[in-house]
Ligand binder design. Structure first.
Ligand code: AMP
Length: 259
């Protein structure tokens, strides 16, 4: 990509783990008019999976992914086999923003994310990189990494895309049975009710959400400051309701803005 950069082309980048759906495609569509050359990467990054997580079973569809990228006008589809040499010994770690939420329930996860994205940025050398608000904490963490390390990349956030029934699109939805998917809709229903409630008390709104959630285990249900991701008692500034929950062995996340 460095010759393209030197020729004055603006490089756009959408990193993914593949099994592409309309959520990923919305990021490509967002990036397309913002750049001359659009790169999408597909790499199931072992560093961001815990030992008991779904690295080995993560869904894959190389032919469908290539077709999706072609339909979105992607110029380069980057599908590395392995991104780390045996002697790789560098970890990029953002603190504080990663203490709570998914950082608390998935130790080491965000170090894996920031390390792979930093490495991908080094390889692709993008001017802009687009990430989804579906992974709201990840977006905040990556913005901070770019700011703190003065990386010459503009991070753009794209809105969370839902299926017609309201379930946040995710490659992991493929794991859900029909019954589990019905219960999975309770995440969106809970967040919607929390957003619609009139009370400025976080406790009141959390109680409303908890009542609606129909899952096997709640990892977290929190109302946080939209920037710092610190839990709020009163909703007196831009806030986000964030949820992670397990249905069977599948972990789902979702979030919504509280205005
Ligand atoms: P993943 O393949 O899950 O690592 O996701 C790659 C990128 O797509 C990340 O920036 C995600 O936040 C984004 N993404 C995944 N699902 C959605 C969705 N439903 N809406 C918007 N962006 C999404």
């Amino acid at each position: 990509m460095s010759t393209r950069r030197e020729a004055g082309e603006r490089i756009g980048f959408v990193p993914t783990m593949g099994f592409l759906h309309a959520g990923h495609r919305s990021l490509m569509a967002l990036a397309r008019p913002l750049c001359d050359h659009l790169v999408v990467s597909i790499y199931v990054n072992p560093l961001q999976f815990g030992p008991d997580e779904d690295l080995d079973t993560y869904p894959r569809d190389p032919a469908g992914d290539a077709a999706a990228c072609a339909a979105e006008g992607v110029d380069t589809l980057f599908t590395p086999e392995d991104l780390y040499g045996d002697d790789h010994c560098t970890t990029v770690s953002v603190t504080e923003l990663t203490d709570g939420l998914c950082g608390a329930s998935r130790p080491g996860h965000f170090d894996g994310v920031t390390t792979v994205v930093a490495r991908l940025f080094g390889l692709v050398q993008p001017h802009i990189a687009v990430f989804g608000e579906k992974d709201y904490q990840q977006l905040a963490v990556l913005r901070r990494m770019v700011r703190d390390l003065a990386m010459a990349v503009e991070v753009v956030g794209g809105p969370l895309i839902r299926d017609t029934d309201g379930l946040a699109l995710s490659s992991r939805n493929a794991y859900l049975s029909i019954e589990q998917r019905q219960r999975g809709l309770s995440l969106h229903r809970a967040l919607g009710a929390m957003a619609a409630a009139a009370s400025s008390s976080a406790a009141d709104r959390l109680a409303i959400g908890r009542e609606i959630l129909d899952v096997d285990e709640v990892d977290y249900l929190e109302i946080v400051d939209a920037i710092s991701l610190q839990p709020l008692v009163r909703i007196d500034r831009p806030a986000r309701a964030m949820v992670a929950a397990r249905i069977g062995t599948t972990r789902l996340i979702d979030n919504i803005a509280l205005d």
